[in-house]
Design a protein around this ligand. Structure first.
Ligand code: CTP
Ligand code: CA
Length: 225
């Protein structure tokens, strides 16, 4: 009976996690980004390392220290993040896309600082590649998990992303409540897969990360004995 409560393990599992925001250059001194702190991705990296995984953390700019026993690759833009992510796919068994990747980047990053010559200005944006979806559709596809940050219709939109991106699991995150989620130290999520879902109530991101890692280990890497 005690084994029911045993922490599930990811011993020796090669895991890649993306975390934090990306920055998309407008010119040498300006960029487009978002409010992601990176805390959830770093908490997952830490929990996974505690569970025995070999963790590569691909991180956009954050103020966070790299968790112990985690290898960090620092990136800035979405394109850099994609390149770093695909470079791990030879060995990767599990991929968790936790980064708040900028959906668009300036079509042209000016090579000199843009001057305020006019009363209005326009920046043409082009769509960034979808990192988690690229990984999920790769020939050497790891178990691929995404997040869905939504301000409305959380479960419906999240399930749509699970399907569209060809993911094994998606972690739905309500970012309409500013007390939790994005920049906060607490979060509440619902993990969604093809045949089911499981809600984890509000708690610290480190506790939440441990529960998510447990769920992932149990679902995809349970020891067959
Ligand atoms: N994601 C990604 N690459 C992108 C955009 C998103 O890897 N260019 C990943 C995120 O890391 C997350 C998942 O896709 O795991 C969902 O991100 P989200 O922003 O919620 O979804 P989008 O597909 O970008 O859709 P939208 O922003 O329009 O809701
Ligand atoms: Ca997005």
């Amino acid at each position: 009976a005690a084994s029911v409560f045993k922490t599930r393990r990811l011993d020796g599992i090669q895991l890649t996690i993306t975390a934090g925001p990306t920055r998309e250059a407008i010119d040498p001194v300006r960029y487009i980004s978002n409010h992601s702190s990176g805390k959830m991705g770093y908490a997952l990296a830490s929990a996974a390392a505690d569970a025995g995984a070999i963790v590569t953390l691909i991180s956009g700019p954050t103020n966070l220290a790299c968790p112990e026993r985690v290898t960090r690759i620092d990136v800035t833009s979405a394109q850099d993040m994609l390149e770093a992510a695909t470079s791990t796919l030879d060995h990767c068994q599990l991929f968790i896309g936790c980064a708040a990747v900028a959906d668009y980047r300036p079509a042209i990053a000016a090579d000199q600082k843009i001057k305020k010559d006019n009363d209005t200005m326009h920046i043409e944006l082009v769509r960034n590649p979808d990192i988690v979806s690229t990984v999920a559709n790769h020939a050497k596809r790891p178990i691929t998990i995404g997040f869905a940050a939504e301000t409305q219709d959380l479960l419906r939109y999240a399930r749509g992303k699970l399907e569209r991106k060809n993911l094994d699991l998606i972690i739905a995150n309500d970012v309409s409540n500013t007390d939790i989620g994005f920049n906060s130290s607490e979060n509440a999520v619902t993990a969604i897969w093809q045949e089911g879902q499981h809600t984890i109530p509000q708690m610290s991101k480190s506790q939440l990360a441990a529960q998510l890692i447990n769920l992932i280990a149990e679902k995809f890497f349970a020891a067959k004995s």
